[in-house]
Design a protein around this ligand. Structure first.
Ligand code: 13P
Length: 256
């Protein structure tokens, strides 16, 4: 049994006051929800103050990125240790927006992944194809490259601690969700590949999230797919009502 994981990627939204209001509302909405991981990933500026508000909560804190060095002259960067110190348990790595706008590569994803694992942060590694790649029928090839490159040198025990988010780039922020069949097809491919890279037991234990225009209206159908274990939510995570609905609906889907 894989534990459902619903994470909100706030991207570059929310001031400190707005973030505190959202977390207050989420604490009220979700305090009695159990048996799933709920994570919020705000911008760096909100991490430490939200950590204080989440100490007694069933909601965990994650960051949206990290740098692989421990410390040093790396202006603008934040290390895994600093994220732990600020109260993070999770960290998103290799989001498509970072690949697209900030020159993130499978190589940098790999270094960040190793740094996160070393400091006992749970990494949420994002992979996914662009529309052009899907139309050229190279979705699986792209996923294979991102997965084998990103996870290079990661052993079985480490792999079991990773969450992988399949986020087709064409479905992010566009309102166009992948159909549940398209999402399941990609998730199944990823799990089969993990079984080849590691073994069946490890592949079966790794949680796979879907991301891309997840809303209260489509979460239940997505969650009913056998290889979808949760969601990485962008736009709909910015409001307590929609993120709350998504978490509750996801928690309501019993998986075998
Ligand atoms: P949207 O839910 O806004 O499409 O964003 C998805 C995403 O990028 C989550 O990381």
């Amino acid at each position: 049994m894989r534990k459902t994981i619903i994470a909100g990627n706030w991207k570059m939204y929310k001031t400190i006051k707005e973030g505190q209001e959202l977390v207050n509302a989420l604490n009220r909405e979700l305090y009695n929800l159990q048996n799933l991981d709920i994570v919020v990933c705000p911008p760096y500026t909100l991490l430490s103050c939200l950590a204080d508000m989440l100490t007694e909560s069933n909601i965990a804190l994650g960051a949206q990125d990290l740098f692989w060095e421990e410390e040093g002259a790396f202006t603008g960067e934040v290390s895994a240790q600093m994220l732990k110190d600020a109260g993070c348990q999770f960290v998103i790595i290799g989001h498509s927006e970072r690949r697209q706008y900030f020159a993130e590569t499978n190589g940098s994803v790999n270094k960040k992944l190793k740094a996160a694992l070393k400091h006992a942060l749970t990494p949420i590694v994002c992979i996914g194809e662009t529309l052009k790649e899907r139309e050229a029928n190279s979705t699986f090839k792209v996923l294979e490259g991102q997965l084998t490159g990103g996870l290079s040198g990661i052993n079985q025990e480490e792999a079991a601690r990773i969450v992988i988010a399949y986020e087709p780039v064409w479905a992010i922020g566009t309102g166009k969700t992948a159909t549940s069949a398209q999402a399941e097809e990609a998730h199944k491919y990823i799990r089969d590949l993990l079984a080849k890279l590691y073994d069946l037991e490890t592949a079966e234990s790794i949680r796979l999230q879907y991301g891309g225009s997840v809303k209260p209206e489509n979460i239940s159908e997505l969650m009913q797919q056998p290889d979808i274990d949760g969601a990485l939510v962008g736009g709909s995570s910015l409001r307590a009502d929609s993120f709350g609905d998504i978490a509750r609906k996801a928690a309501g889907v019993l998986k075998s």
